[in-house]
Design a protein around this ligand. Structure first.
Ligand SMILES: Cc1cc2nc3c(=O)[nH]c(=O)nc-3n(C[C@H](O)[C@H](O)[C@H](O)COP(=O)(O)OP(=O)(O)OC[C@H]3O[C@@H](n4cnc5c(N)ncnc54)[C@H](O)[C@@H]3O)c2cc1C
Ligand SMILES: *[C@@H]1O[C@H](CO)[C@@H](O)[C@H](O)[C@H]1NC(C)=O
Ligand SMILES: *[C@@H]1O[C@H](CO)[C@@H](O)[C@H](O)[C@H]1NC(C)=O
Ligand SMILES: *[C@@H]1O[C@H](CO)[C@@H](O)[C@H](O)[C@H]1NC(C)=O
Ligand SMILES: *[C@@H]1O[C@H](CO)[C@@H](O)[C@H](O)[C@H]1NC(C)=O
Ligand SMILES: *[C@@H]1O[C@H](CO)[C@@H](O)[C@H](O)[C@H]1NC(C)=O
Ligand SMILES: *[C@@H]1O[C@H](CO)[C@@H](O)[C@H](O)[C@H]1NC(C)=O
Ligand SMILES: *[C@@H]1O[C@H](CO)[C@@H](O)[C@H](O)[C@H]1NC(C)=O
Length: 572
């Protein structure tokens, strides 16, 4: 106080000078260097970095360079044709460093469908990747990225919908090759005693489910075989056909093995580094550190009853009444342990995968019979098939084994509060919004009936809206690779500007699953994606990544940076 009143002039001058110096420093370092910038490391610097990581540095050569005559000089019309045929499958991008699934972020920079004379550019792809083999590689890359002020991204499979696993001018940590799977028959901690499995960061859903099955257990994992269990999937929450029986994928986690953004190797459990454990379990994928492995609970395997119910949209008013009644039954259909995946399109309804763990096949018919009575009353002819598989893996094969995995990269979702699906009037409003969404045949709804409010789990950052829902829906649109990119952008715009606002208006208090959203989403993202967890997640982010080395669109703390006109990541 005394100081201020005695030297007001001097103090102002000093503060002003300090601000000027600070501003100059901020300008010089506020954007990450990209190729062409003076601060971008020289070839010699990259080469000596490569030496420190045992030669594990890979310069990006996009797969689709075979479709372009320059600058990679590996044009091959036959290989290009074969690549085109497989381009719309999510699985082909994981095993290549720096490649990503989402066509919006591929952005036609090196695309098999554009003319061969158009140069193959890196665009949003990382410039270099580290083929990570363990903690040392991660620490070295973090050190190199910090020293040279370059953008660092983490990629396992490249399935991310908001472009978080890629970035123009970046160095990428490619976690794909961490494939270890270790069964722990009797894991013991203060909160859990029972079977567990430790999965390296590169283990995919298909491999994880199979490994658990081989040991007589079920693993909570998603419907897409080519997602990384310990990657964005579980870190973002993780929905699965086993959710109602055991909770979200994040609820299963016992330990995370991590190198934090400051290069510290840590184990995070509900007891040890519990704030980091809390944040990694469902919080904001890739925002806190680099996960090397995850140890998760597994559950005794056994038979699963399954079913599929479908009916066409032959009379729209009756059809939508039937869909409305289905949604109103969500709270009842979950029973004790059931999860049901269903699709709604302008053509019809299909409950394509009903999962009734440890139930006889006849349970499917009994579960559905009150609903089937409604269909009979409405004069709607339906088709119902049931199944009974000896293990979860076999059940998965029946419904998703031959799943083509065409990514629907124009998508958003809504987690619908129980207060809506339990109320006929509120459901009627939602049905109006759904009806408008699918009416032109451009979108289909992919939904799930589940309840994750009941199973006990350690405190974690799973979006609270998940605990308050009996059904959630994805709105899926399909990218057309042969159409001009503007056509696809228009479809995205329609989704986020026309349909999502109507669906949100009909579902007050609901949420949005950050793992399955569109980057043009217009809603209140902090509240929709993170709910009441946001502030705590941000403070944990500041603790483990104080200078925001790890950045992702819609991640916790993402509004501290932006992408500039040259595609550089810059601090605000
Ligand atoms: C075809 C398809 C089907 C899907 N099906 C389901 C489903 O059934 N259920 C469901 O819940 N979700 C589903 N998703 C969404 C999926 O959960 C997300 O795309 C998820 O982010 C994928 O994680 P990944 O690590 O495989 O992908 P990546 O794109 O490699 O990474 C995703 C995010 O996680 C970060 N990350 C990856 N690895 C690590 C690591 N080792 N350490 C720290 N951060 C890391 C990345 O930086 C990025 O932010 C599906 C997606 C697609 C494309
Ligand atoms: C890194 O070193 C290995 C082994 O010497 C080499 O094969 C690889 O091409 C190098 N990576 C880059 C980007 O130069
Ligand atoms: C796609 O590329 C264009 C042209 O280079 C660029 O202006 C645009 O920002 C890019 N979009 C994305 C999502 O990266
Ligand atoms: C990455 O490293 C693994 C060993 O960890 C090796 O088998 C694989 O060939 C490497 N991949 C590439 C593309 O260099
Ligand atoms: C539901 O699952 C839990 C956890 O596996 C189990 O204890 C319970 O018996 C199951 N209930 C039914 C009806 O199968
Ligand atoms: C539901 O809507 C009907 C018709 O609009 C109305 O009469 C009724 O009061 C509403 N019910 C509730 C519980 O709001
Ligand atoms: C994709 O776009 C092309 C070119 O505009 C068009 O001919 C084709 O019918 C479209 N495909 C689909 C499935 O809409
Ligand atoms: C995400 O990226 C889009 C551009 O693709 C941008 O408009 C938006 O502001 C970003 N949002 C956040 C929260 O980072």
């Amino acid at each position: 106080m005394a100081y201020q009143s005695l030297f007001p002039k001097l103090q102002t001058g000093l503060v002003f000078a300090a601000i000027t110096v600070l501003a100059a420093t901020v300008t010089a370092t506020s954007c990450r260097n990209i190729p062409g910038d003076r601060g971008w490391p020289s070839p010699a610097a990259w080469s000596s970095f490569n030496d420190t990581i045992g030669g594990r540095l890979i310069a990006t050569i996009p797969q689709a360079s075979v479709c372009h005559t320059s600058p990679f000089s590996n044009y091959d019309a036959t290989a290009c044709e074969a690549l085109r045929a497989r381009w719309n499958t999510a699985g082909i991008f994981g095993s290549h460093p720096a490649e990503i699934v989402n066509a919006f972020y591929q952005n036609q920079s090196c695309d098999p469908f554009t003319p061969s004379t158009r140069p193959c550019e890196l665009g949003n792809y990382a410039v270099y990747s580290v083929n990570v083999s363990g903690a040392q590689d991660v620490k070295a890359a973090i050190g190199f990225a910090r020293k040279n002020n370059i953008r660092l991204v983490i990629k396992t499979t490249g399935h991310d919908y908001t472009g978080k696993s890629s970035g123009q001018g970046s160095l990428s940590l490619w976690m794909w090759n961490l494939k270890s799977k270790i069964l722990i028959p009797q894991y013991r901690s203060r909160s859990y005693s029972g079977p567990a499995i430790k999965l390296g960061a590169g283990v995919l859903v298909g491999d994880g489910v199979t490994a658990a099955r081989d040991a007589g257990y079920r693993l909570v994992a998603g419907e897409c075989l080519t997602i990384a269990v310990a990657g964005g999937y579980t870190q973002g929450g993780g929905h699965s056909m086993l959710n109602t029986a055991y909770g979200m994928a994040a609820d299963q986690v016992l330990e995370w093995e991590v190198v934090t953004a400051t290069g510290e190797y840590l184990i995070a459990t509900p007891e040890q580094n519990s704030d980091l454990y809390w944040a990694l379990s469902g919080g904001s994928p890739g925002a806190f550190g680099v996960v090397l492995s995850m140890t998760a609970k597994i559950h005794p395997d056994g038979p699963i009853a399954g079913g599929s119910l479908s009916f066409p949209n032959s009379n729209p008013d009756k059809f939508w009444e039937a869909v409305s009644l289905w949604i109103q039954q969500a709270s009842r259909l979950v029973g004790q342990n059931n999860t049901i995946i269903y699709l709604i399109s302008s053509d019809g309804f299909q409950a394509m995968a009903m999962t009734l763990p440890d139930q006889p096949e006849s349970a499917v018919q009994s579960l559905l019979s009150p609903y089937l009575a409604h269909l009979d009353r409405l004069n709607i002819a339906y088709s119902l098939t049931t199944s009974h598989a000896p293990t979860y893996h076999d059940h998965f094969q029946v419904y998703f084994g031959a799943y083509p995995e065409n990514p629907t990269t124009i998508l958003n979702n809504r987690i619908i509060p129980r207060s809506v699906s339990d109320s006929p009037n509120a459901t009627a409003k939602l049905i109006d919004a759904f009806r408008g969404t699918v009416s032109q045949g451009r979108f289909i709804l992919g939904c799930s009936i589940m309840d994750v409010s009941r199973t006990p789990h350690p405190p974690n950052a799973v979006l609270p809206a998940w605990r308050d829902t009996a059904t959630s829906c994805n709105v899926n649109g399909f990218w057309n690779f042969t159409a001009p990119i503007e056509v696809n952008h228009a479809l995205k715009k329609e989704l986020v500007e026309v349909h999502m606002p109507k669906i949100e208006a009909a579902t007050p208090g609901g949420g949005v699953y950050a793992n399955e959203m569109d980057p043009w989403y217009k809603g209140d993202w902090k509240r929709s994606l993170y709910g009441t967890n946001y502030d705590r997640l941000l403070s944990i982010k500041k603790k483990y990544d104080p200078d925001s080395l790890l950045w992702g669109n819609f991640s916790v703390g993402s509004d501290g940076s932006f992408i500039d006109g040259r595609g550089r990541l810059c601090k605000r």
